[in-house]
Design a protein around this ligand. Sequence first.
Ligand code: FMN
Length: 175
Amino acid sequence: MEPIIDVIKSRRSVRQFLDRPVEDDLIAEILEAGRWAPSGLNNQPWRFVVVRDRRRMASLAECTRYGAIIRGAPLLIAVFLDEDVMYDHTKDTLACGAAIQNMLLAAHGIGLGAVWLGEILNRKAEVCRILEAPGSMELMAVIAVGHPAPGGSDPGVRRDISEIASSERFNKPIF
Ligand SMILES: Cc1cc2nc3c(=O)[nH]c(=O)nc-3n(C[C@H](O)[C@H](O)[C@H](O)COP(=O)(O)O)c2cc1C
């Protein structure tokens, strides 16, 4: 098995996809990765809606300035927080984030590309209406998934560890 750090570091957001559906067994694997995320009290507050219908996707594309990504993707996974099982909004939101990252990594691990779409939250209510979400559902993100188009992605850029971690207290270098 490839070391997990290599999988984490080689994952990049993919925004262009081949015109090819994502196979059901691959969708199942991505959802399984989301299902196994950690959550406070193990309350598993996430709910996933898989969207493949082009007309519904076209409506969702209208809800974000990243609509072109949605229009070019064969599959979306909308991630909701179910407020009926929520115990702490921050912790449950973080748990949904863990589920989303698990799914991004799983997609990458099976050769798919994916991107976390957050800007669409500006129009949460419209997305909920399009997906016929019950009132207890709060939109957390939409993930666009597909077989990556050729072209490759950049190596990625991150802050140096010295900028984001310290030892014992803030402002004391870690190494
Ligand atoms: C909370 C969140 C919201 C994001 N929203 C968007 C978005 O609306 N549109 C988009 O193209 N990418 C979005 N991204 C992807 C980021 O732009 C991307 O993860 C970041 O630039 C780092 O690039 P990488 O994922 O390739 O390492 C989002 C990522 C996160 C974590």
